[in-house]
Ligand binder design. Structure first.
Ligand code: OOG
Ligand code: MG
Length: 258
């Protein structure tokens, strides 16, 4: 039998040492359920080090992302306290394997969500929305993986920046989304790319969290998934994400040795 905890240790060590691993699928034929077990073991290692759970993220909710990575099913990953970067703060490139940034929409859950009692009422489930940046950093060589690989690797989750929270508007559909690097447009798209409407991310998260035993608690964050391809962070600079009507969120990247 495959030792799923040992696979989680491999991915956790890869993140610590910033040395990418071969894809797990090269040696193991993991089911999606087993891949989520590896993800749980990976998150448990973080919690054992004193981190706390702060929410969840969805992956591949847009065709732009799915096409970029060659993977097409919506997946869920888990966010922990150490991944948080304050708006405008600095990250060090040396702390990652091969980081990328992508613009996101973040929701804040108003209450604990029970997948069995889910009514589909997003306005009751969410109390705020914010523009966000996600830092993804696959622990696999060349940022290449299949669906089980990326689920096991906690959906490449490595960091996130949340902008100013604001009340949930009636609609979030069809808003422009832009990712800029040093003030130059690197990617742009529309919130419509995210499941047709980012509000649909809430039901998708409830469904996946229910299937794979991931808690959704009051105050938790939910990243709805990027509406544009991710952009590699290869040198020092300033990265910003803007969502029309929600505002902007920023990150500074440094390559200076520490
Ligand atoms: C997996 C994470 C995908 C998104 O927003 O679609 C994701 C990856 O692309 O490495 O976070
Ligand atoms: Mg993302």
């Amino acid at each position: 039998m495959t030792d799923l905890t040992a696979l989680a240790t491999r991915l956790d060590d890869a993140a610590r040492d910033r040395v990418p691993e071969p894809q797990l699928s090269a040696e193991h034929d993991l089911s999606l359920a087993q891949a989520y077990e590896v993800q749980h073991a990976l998150v448990t290692r973080r919690l054992d080090r004193g981190e706390t759970r702060v929410g969840v993220k969805l992956g591949f909710t847009s065709r732009a992302k799915a096409a970029q990575m060659g993977v097409s099913d919506v997946i869920i990953g888990q966010l922990t306290s150490r991944m948080r970067v304050d708006d405008g703060a600095e990250i060090w490139l040396g702390g990652y394997v091969h980081p990328r940034a992508e613009p996101e929409v973040a929701f804040r859950l108003a209450r604990d969500l029970d997948p069995h009692g889910w009514t589909g009422n997003v306005a009751e489930a969410v109390d705020a929305v914010a523009p966000a940046l996600e830092i993804i950093d696959s622990r696999y060589r060349d940022f290449r993986f299949n669906l089980a690989d990326v689920v096991a690797d906690n959906t490449s989750a490595a960091g996130f920046v949340i902008g100013a929270w604001q009340p949930l508007p009636a609609s979030l559909d069809n808003r422009g989304v832009a990712l800029e690097i040093d003030g130059r447009l690197a990617e742009n798209g529309s919130t419509a790319a995210i499941l047709g409407d980012p509000l649909r991310a809430v039901s998708a998260a409830v469904r996946l969290a229910g299937t794979y035993d991931i808690p959704l608690r009051a105050g938790d964050l939910l990243l709805a998934g990027a509406g544009t391809p991710a952009v590699a962070l290869a040198s020092a600079g300033t990265v910003s994400a803007t969502v029309s009507g929600l505002g902007r969120v920023r990150l500074r990247v440094t390559s200076a040795p520490r």
